[in-house]
Write a protein that binds this ligand. Structure first.
Ligand SMILES: NC(=O)c1ccc[n+]([C@@H]2O[C@H](COP(=O)([O-])OP(=O)(O)OC[C@H]3O[C@@H](n4cnc5c(N)ncnc54)[C@H](O)[C@@H]3O)[C@@H](O)[C@H]2O)c1
Length: 272
């Protein structure tokens, strides 16, 4: 059975820990770390099989585990990915936005090659990354339209220089249209979906992103259109936000658990 170390015990980390603890993922959660001691203690207290709480990310990287699951933050990826790979551990990354920084991407890629280890990026809150990746050499355009309730967009950097007042929006309004690279800087909360799409397909300069605020919706909706010599792909995912963290969609957690089950299990793998 694979031994898992967990970096980050928030919404996604907690659900992953429950999935392992209940046997839905055939593995053992042996070590956990979070900046917040309260989060690690609370999580350990709820699990039947108690993991060791380690004191820092370095100790987690060096712990006797086979794979480390990051469900913390982009900083956690930047600070720890290489040392995890150097310690000969596979790594599953939820904070995929960190890999849009080319230097981080290169360091992680080299780490995988130098130490013969694997980094997994679950599909997260969208669908169809397998098809986009398969068609990448033939892609001519990829567009992502993300629609959210204005309250889910509050606090984004975009509003520091915009006159748009989210509280007074009466109708569906396009806030931004441009390359994924800029979109993730202006709307960091949307970073993971745009980053995954860019990494699988045409890169962050050529992937186009439109961000729409819609006061009448309570879902986080992502619509993806891809075209090329192979034909076209249209995908629409209407996400229910997690109750405890509305920025995180329920599907992202389910996708993380499914990815881990595939990594840890011996089974027929459906889909690429
Ligand atoms: N790939 C996707 O589709 C997708 C979807 C949703 C969220 N995410 C990302 O996954 C990550 C986790 O999401 P969540 O909803 O569980 O967040 P959360 O805020 O509920 O939990 C994150 C936890 O990580 C801890 N943490 C943060 N930085 C840390 C660090 N450097 N070292 C140790 N602990 C640290 C925090 O204390 C917190 O307990 C976020 O970065 C989020 O953006 C990805």
């Amino acid at each position: 059975m694979k031994r898992i170390g967990l970096l980050g015990c928030g919404v996604i980390g907690t659900e992953i820990a429950f999935a392992v603890d209940s046997g839905r993922v055939p593995a053992k959660l042996t070590h956990i770390f979070d900046f917040s001691r309260e989060s690690t203690s609370r999580l350990a207290g709820m699990l039947k099989s108690k993991p060791v709480i380690v004191e820092n990310a370095g100790l987690l990287a060096a712990a006797p585990v086979d794979i480390i699951v990051e469900a913390a933050s982009q900083d956690a990826v930047r600070d720890n990915a290489l040392s995890i790979l150097q310690n000969r551990k596979d790594l599953m990354i939820m904070s995929a936005g960190a890999l849009l920084d080319e230097s981080i991407f290169e360091i992680i890629l080299e780490g995988c090659r130098d130490f013969g280890k694997h980094v997994y990026l679950p599909t997260g809150a969208i669908a169809g990354l397998d098809a986009i990746r398969a068609a990448r050499e033939e892609l001519e355009s990829v567009t992502l339209v993300t629609t959210k309730n204005p309250r889910s967009l509050k606090g984004a950097r975009f509003f520091e220089t915009s006159d748009i007042d989210l509280d007074s929006l009466g109708a569906r309004t396009v806030l931004y249209e441009g390359p994924a690279e800029e979109a993730v800087r202006l709307f960091p909360a949307n970073v993971n979906v745009a980053a995954l799409l860019s990494l699988a397909g045409m890169g962050s300069q050529k992937t186009r992103v439109r961000i729409v605020a819609d006061p009448s919706t309570d879902k986080n909706t992502h619509e993806i259109e891809a075209r090329g010599k192979f034909g076209s792909i249209s995908i629409r995912v209407e996400n229910v936000p997690s109750q405890t963290n509305p920025k995180t969609s329920r599907l992202a957690t389910l996708s993380a658990i499914d990815c881990l089950r595939r990594i840890c299990g011996s089974e027929i793998s459906i889909g690429s």
